[in-house]
Structures are given as C-alpha cells and as structure tokens.
Design a protein. Sequence first.
Length: 256
Amino acid sequence: MTHPVPHSARRRLDAALDGLAITFRGMTAHPDENNCECHWGSAEELARLKVPDVELDHDLLQRTWRAPDWSDHPSVLRRILPQFARSLVAGRVEPFLGPAEIGRSFDRGQWRQWPDEQAAAVREFLHAWWSHTLTDPAPAVPAHDLLALNAEASGALTPWLAHWEAQTGTPATRHLAEAAAHWEYDLLGDELPWAAWDDEDDEGERRAELTAWLLHHARPRLIAYGAPDELLHRIRLLGLTGPARWEDPHWPNYRY
C-alpha cells in the first residue's frame, strides 16, 4: 500500500522553497568575482552569475556549486540558491564525490553567519526538506544521502538524528533500514560512511555518534519493524571492538 506524503510536510517544503526565492531575490555574485576559463567556464557564463534571477542551465549550475575556489563563495551561493534548492529537492543535482560534497558547498558559503533572515531561510529549507524526505515513501534523494548532506552543511548530526527518531511512521522506519544497510560496511571498518573533510577528531566524533544512535535507537526500532536478522547482527557488532567483533560468528568476513 502506498502512503502519500502528509500534506503538511509538502506544504512546509513548498513554503521553504518560496522563502528562498523571496529572500534571495536580486542576489548576484560579487562584481569582481572571477574563475578559470579552462577549468570552470567562459566569461559569458561568469557574467550570468552577476545578473540576478536568471535561470542557469543545468551544466552551469552544476559547475557553479561544485567550484571550491570562488573568492566570495557566500555571494555565489546566495545567487544560485533558489534554483539550486529546487534542483536538489527534485534529485537533479549530481555530486561527483557523494552527497556530502553538496553539504560542503553550503558550508563553504558560511550560511550560518549570514544575516538572520537569510540564515533562517536556509535553515528552514534544510529542515523542511529533511522532514519531507522522512515521510516520503520514495524520496528523490535517499534519507541516508540527505543526512550526510545536512550534517556537512550544518556541522552537526544531532538535530537530524533527533528528528528521525521522532518520525515513527513506516516510511521513516523503512528509510532507517535502508540507511543502516548502506552504512554498516563502513562503520564496521571504523569509518564514517560518507566522505567528510573535517579533522580526524571531528570525523571520529560523528562516527561515534552515528554508531551509538544505531545501537541504542535504530536496532530496537528495526527489531520491532522486522528487519532481516543479518542486518540486526551487523548493527549489534558495532557495539563490539577488536577480536570480539571479527571473531563473532556473525562477522561478515569483510576485508578492509
């Protein structure tokens, strides 16, 4: 049986997208912004970033958010944000290095330091998109990918995991099973299951937080959901270390 997304979640996301369009209307890249024609694009394409509210073609939008070397990345991000957000929600953005790469583009834009109205609009978009995804039986961007994106964009895991924990409907629990299956290989190898550019201490803290959450919240929830025993054992193994982990009869013989 198909469970539609609650109207409230869809309305909230639509309102957040409208909020971005209103808040960032008229924004442009800095007049002196530049980039390499050989590696980024032409002077004509650069000029489009200095004209407000003009839609960019898909390829130009891709190259713009991915570029790590803008002199004023916040201005570039504000310029593309309304269109970028719509493309993200539709699943049309294509990161080369995984969804965390998108989150790092937000982080490079330093959006949390923007004026209150602007930062609030970005924050509401990320939270509305997350809420919608957790209640959508078939989101365009899987929940585990969006978690990586949001964690990198916001510099935190806790609020996103707390919201997932509060969403107890069938879609959110199904997404949890899919996420655990996606993460368990890396976590059993003591690696964060997405490419993060934090220092090792920060990355280790996120891995430890995600592991603890899977053990103490996700595993009991997935037992009640009827998840496969194989997955439940692999989550259980996250609570073991050293020989106790790889000598367990349910160790999957992974090689790292």
